[in-house]
Design a protein around this ligand. Sequence first.
Ligand code: ATP
Ligand code: MG
Length: 666
Amino acid sequence: MSIDLVKELNSEQAKAAANINGPSLIIAGAGSGKTRMLTYRIAYMLEQGIQDREILALTFTNKAAKEMKERISELTKGNYKHITATTFHSFGLGLLKQYIQYLGYKNNFTVYDTNDNTSLLRNVIVTLGYDLSNYNISSLLALFSDIKCERHKEIQNKDSALEEIYNEFIATQKAYNVVDFDDLILLPIKIFEKRPDVLNIVQERYKYILVDEFQDTSLLQYKFITLIAKKYQNIAVVGDDDQSIYSWRGANYQNIVNFEHDFPTLKEFKLERNYRCSGNILEAANTIITHNEKRKEKKLWTEDSKGSQIYVTSNEDEEEEAYYIAQHIKDRSRKEGLAYSDFAVLVRTNGLLSKLETALMENSIPTQVSGGQSFFDRKEIRDLLCYLKVIVNIDDDVSLLRIINTPRRGIGRVTIEKLRQHADKKKTSLFDALSDFAYAADAPVSGKTKEALKNFVQMVIGWQNLAENNQKASLLSTIIDDISYREKLHEDYPDSPKSVDYKMQSLEFLRQRISRYEKSNPDTSLRDYLNLVMILGEENSDVEKGKVNLMTMHAAKGLEFNTVYLAGIEDNIIPSSRALEENPANIEEERRLFYVAVTRAKKELTITYCENRKDRMGENHLCLPSRFIEEIPNQLISNKVAGEEETSTEDKLAALSAMLEKLRKK
Ligand code: ATP
Ligand code: MG
């Protein structure tokens, strides 16, 4: 192997890549080759004799990690297999697998996602005797997450009910032997603080650390990583303050300032040449972002030609917009032989995905949607995952409650309440209570219920035995058969055999996924798989070959596409109505998101907005184009889209005044 940094990188990138000892900070704009530089840096480190197992590269999505590994493997001819390139969450999970017992958890812990946490919190509120309708569960979960991660020190106004709910929520998570996403970062820190010997082992293992998308690391993630980096100080972070788009999640570009403070010997590198976008797109992006006041001044340049202008177009409503985009992609791909994977359609919110997905589907365009409702959130998938979760962690009462009567097996509410009381009294898991009732002569349930409980207990024990023999994919089929899931679905949807087929198909996909995982990871357990699914489900942003990529702007971070459509670019969508109502700082964050979206495009950018849009209640509203569109200099905008005849200036003006007239009338 021979890595020629100077040949593959520009001189500034090469300097940054070669500075492998000591701390480095690289803050640079979109498409300036930060990620590329990191990849070459790793290849170079290996060439310099650094052990692959000593390298830890943290990226924002699993996809980015995968890409980085593949690229390094290409560069190094597949010789180095022990690089840890992963996300913060997966890395935290790996540490917990090894060390969680130091915090009093059992080793067979499982991961709860937002969905599980929601059920758990509801249960806690009801069990404590509070009225569910008084609480907004998702804001409560957000508040609890803030408290847990010390973003808020304590509950405001000393609300004793909230305090009680919070304490019970945390205690129950531990009793169920589950950890949530916050814990994946928080608990490793606690372990490091409690056990310096463990921290030392980890520091000795990962002597070289690299972090991509550093602007979006949370304060907690920052603390996590700097604890490890402290000893050897070989840490390179790359990011772009202009692309910080997760501050609502506690990501904090304050970390850039902290880094300068905590690693005073750092070397700083600037990358200013953009290799991604053609001239007009880059100029638009540069101009948009200068409207933000709080930023590190930087200006990107490119040697690329100006390329095509940015096409801005309006449509009557979102239906028309979706069909316009679908039709357009189809024409372009047909006429110019472009691959579908060269196209991306980006939107501000999840809610905007489905109209576009439908339009693309109806035009027979293969599409990959990311950032919408995850596969793992479908009801049938959740149901079966909960079966598996109970099998690997019998203390998980939330999952048990979900499956105990799904499908219906005659274990009613009253019985479940009695089981809960029994479990509470004996301080055992619900499953233990269930077993007690199934076999005790004096159990306070009818003979029929007892039979149902016994059946259920026996099935679970049977599945646990199968799981120990490690046949994950076939275990799933066995469960589906044992619980007669298909038959029950037919009972639930008597008039819709198609939707039963669809659901069974999803389950078949799940089986295939598990089976694939089993083959490529023969040494890992069912629990490892489930925990991975919980983490990956949230960050599903695979780019698939041969498919148009439809995704949220957040999910598009770090990616690039030849031709990009930004749909629904209206005030109240981007910037969101929330940002417009609340404070100007939020508008800056929205503008950063828009900057991220614009800079995903390599060659062509089309921006669309609607004149009318229906709200959730189905009511029509007039829309205005996003104020960010106005921030793009006029000379960069055209209403001639690639592949169409040029429109004369008079026609353009006529079209514009007709549109204004129409808006005014409404
Ligand atoms: P973002 O901020 O969006 O994450 P980035 O700074 O990480 O962008 P990259 O994705 O690494 O940028 O690079 C953008 C594109 O430019 C990629 O296609 C990359 O291969 C290409 N590129 C970067 N540097 C060079 C270079 N020196 N020579 C040729 N191509 C380059
Ligand atoms: Mg990048």
